[in-house]
Design a protein around this ligand. Structure first.
Ligand code: G4P
Length: 540
């Protein structure tokens, strides 16, 4: 192996690219912050939040996000832990932006599933878990908020197993709970980690390491009842617990479980220590020309996010690429598979909050931002060598629909530009009447907050005011199959037939019942709730 190849393999091997999935409020922001703290990327947790009660992490940038206290955008945080290079993909916390989360998970090699020890498995946990399962992403579970009097750990594991259907294999086990939460027992090394509180969790928590038997103060600190319970639980796990199997874990068939309190930094460091070993380095990915190895010869990457106007000072559009193979060097040329054009990748950025730094070099597993004059779309592949595509990122059927109304007809040009730009980002989906006359388009969104953000951004970034007329539909389905007659659906009062941006027919349904009836009455048609964006759009 030559030096360059050897270096590439080593760089790929030390990369870990992952996302945290959780229901809002489980502590994702807090855990993210603590991982950055232990990774040395920040020195004082809380530094990245905007004041008390702010949900703003380093990744929050938009006015709407600040006003609403939610995190919408997705960015990537890079930090080192030991010799590992971690890329933490930040996902929006709010349910209404789940499409963005789906796209981000396409760029991740592993996920941390964060569970609130008081609330257990919650609806958003289930949804996101399903996406990980579909993509075969290995999942590591972190049960948070052990400093609260939560549910017994065995109950929580039972719930994860029964609701999500994934066997749990605890690596750590909590010692005490609530105000008596003292630390965790590492079942693999048979060590205990006891923690001390440090400045409300702002700095790294001091930790002492001992064996279960070798810590004479433990029984007194825990109380004899809790101590006996701990010993009993551990014995039970030895006999009846699920064994950990690495191959099964990598295939998403078992989840290793950790416990802690992100707020107090309890358990975060020993978790991270294990996580960097457990999480896989970038894995081979399927492309249309075969499987692409991360340390293969050529460079390849796909666009999983597009964001315009991130910084009002810059007013530009950035495409985020996940590198799947090879090495990126600023100034290199790569082929844009969809158009066949050669692009020079010159303006490469790393974006964290408002800060942008130029990226000179990056490797498979990394995420880079590329300044994009409007060529790149979600799901596009860039590669050196013969062109191919990675599996696209699906588009999901919206659940809320509005007709957009432009307040000032003189602003039609900016209005068009803004809408198309925001649709390219995947912020909303645009639909048109089949005649494609000059009528205003229909917007479809998965969550209503997307509409609010859309309206706000059109005003702030394009100077255009719009209002919405709500449409009575709840479901949209792309329809495929012989004998589909749009007119049938167009005539009914409770359905409508429109087209997506690529000219594919979409039927809107007012209720579950109407959708159900349509599917049973038309067995020859397929009603799809997700599609791959087309490779050759028929124009707008
Ligand atoms: P999210 O990003 O998943 O939505 O959750 P976030 O980290 O913002 O945490 C949600 C709430 O849970 C916050 O409280 C946070 O302080 C709290 N929290 C996070 N980790 C722990 C933990 O280990 N133990 C306990 N007891 N609480 C935890 P908040 O009151 O909503 O906000 P704040 O005033 O603390 O900022």
């Amino acid at each position: 192996m030559n030096d360059e190849k050897q270096r590439l393999s080593a760089e790929v091997a030390r990369r870990r690219t992952f996302a945290i999935i959780s229901h809002p409020d489980a502590g994702k922001t807090t855990l993210t912050e603590k991982l950055l703290l232990y990774g040395g990327a920040i020195h004082l947790a809380g530094a990245v939040r905007q004041g008390h009660g702010g949900r703003a992490t380093t990744s929050d940038w938009m006015a709407v996000e600040r006003e609403r206290g939610i995190s919408i955008s997705t960015s990537v945080m890079q930090f080192q832990y030991g010799d590992r290079h971690l890329n933490l993909l930040d996902t929006p916390g709010h349910n209404d932006f789940s499409e963005d989360t789906y796209r981000t998970l396409a760029a991740a090699d592993a996920a941390v599933m964060l569970i609130d020890s008081v609330k257990g498995v919650e609806p958003q946990t289930i949804k996101l878990f399903e996406v990980c399962r579909l993509r075969g992403i290995p999942i590591v579970t972190f049960v948070n908020k052990l400093d609260r009097q939560g549910r017994p750990p065995l109950d929580l594991l039972d719930e994860i197993e029964s609701v999500l259907g994934i066997p749990c294999s605890p690596v750590h086990w909590p010692i005490g709970a609530g105000s008596g939460f003292l630390g965790v027992y590492d079942r693999w090394s048979r060590q205990i980690f006891r923690f001390e509180r440090a400045e409300a969790g702002a700095r790294r928590a001091p930790m002492t390491v001992a064996s279960l038997e070798g810590d004479p103060t433990l029984v007194a600190a825990l109380g004899s009842h809790a101590h006996a319970q701990l010993v009993e639980d551990l014995e039970l796990l030895e006999v009846a617990g699920n064994p950990f199997d690495r191959e099964r874990f990598l295939a998403g068939g078992v989840t290793p479980v950790f416990f802690g309190s992100a707020m107090n930094n309890f358990g975060v460091e020993p978790f991270l220590e294990r996580f960097v070993e457990l999480a896989p380095s970038p894995r081979p990915r399927a492309g249309t020309a075969g499987v692409v190895a991360p340390d293969g010869d050529g460079f390849s990457a796909f666009v999983f996010k597009i964001q315009a106007n991130m910084d009002p000072q810059h007013r530009d559009r950035i495409a985020f690429l996940r590198i799947c193979s090879g090495r990126f060097v600023r100034g290199m040329e790569a082929r844009h598979a969809r158009t066949g054009k050669l692009l020079t990748l010159n303006k490469s950025l790393q974006v964290l909050a408002q800060e942008r730094t130029q990226v000179e070099e990056a490797f498979a597993g990394d995420v880079i931002g590329l300044w994009d004059p409007g060529i790149l779309r979600l799901g596009d592949t860039l590669c050196t060598g013969p062109a191919f595509d990675f599996e696209g990122i699906p588009r999901f059927s919206p659940e809320h629909f509005v007709r957009v109304r432009l307040a000032d007809p003189l602003k039609r040009k900016q209005y068009r530009k803004g809408m198309e730009q925001l649709a390219d980002e995947g912020a909303v989906q645009l639909f048109y009447d089949r005649k494609r006359s000059e009528v205003d388009p229909i917007l479809g969104v998965v969550g209503v907050l997307q509409l609010e953000v859309f309206q706000h951004r059109l005003r702030a970034e394009y100077g255009v005011d719009v209002s919405f007329d709500r449409l009575p539909y709840q479901h949209a389905r792309w329809v495929e199959g012989e004998g589909f007659s749009p007119a049938t659906f167009a005539r009914s009062a409770s359905t409508a037939c429109i087209e997506d941006i690529e000219g594919r027919p979409v039927v809107l349904f007012e209720t579950d019942w109407v959708l159900h009836r349509a599917t049973t009455e038309n067995p020859g048609l397929r009603f799809l709730s997700a599609v791959q964006p087309g490779r050759s759009p028929r124009g707008r």
